[in-house]
Design a binder for this molecule. Structure first.
Ligand code: FES
Length: 99
């Protein structure tokens, strides 16, 4: 599904999309990569879109777990996984989320 333009999301920013699969958080990293994972931390469902992005990770705003944006997995020693989704940018700068 087309969820808007890449430029609607600032570098190191995020936004939340409501889908039939629940809330999905879209992240733009400092190297201009885009990632999509469920907006529920695998620990206690903290809103990952409100976390701090660093590298290809986000730190959950509730208890500071770090989540790998590439696959949704918690960084050890924490364990758990948020569902991740495929997202790409087309030649017109549209964000296409595959759910
Ligand atoms: S809910 Fe994310 S670290 Fe606890």
């Amino acid at each position: 599904m087309n969820i808007g333009k890449l430029n609607d999301i600032p570098v190191l920013g995020s936004r939340v999309v409501q889908t039939e699969r629940g809330e999905i958080a879209i992240f733009r990293t400092s190297d201009d990569a885009i990632f999509a994972i469920a907006n529920n931390c695998p620990h206690k469902e903290g809103p990952l879109a409100d976390g701090i992005i660093h590298g290809h990770k986000v730190t959950c705003p509730l208890h500071n777990w770090q989540i790998n944006l590439e696959n949704g997995e918690a960084i050890a020693p924490d364990q758990g996984c948020a569902e991740s989704f495929k997202i790409e940018v087309d030649t017109d700068g549209n964000l296409l989320l595959n759910i």
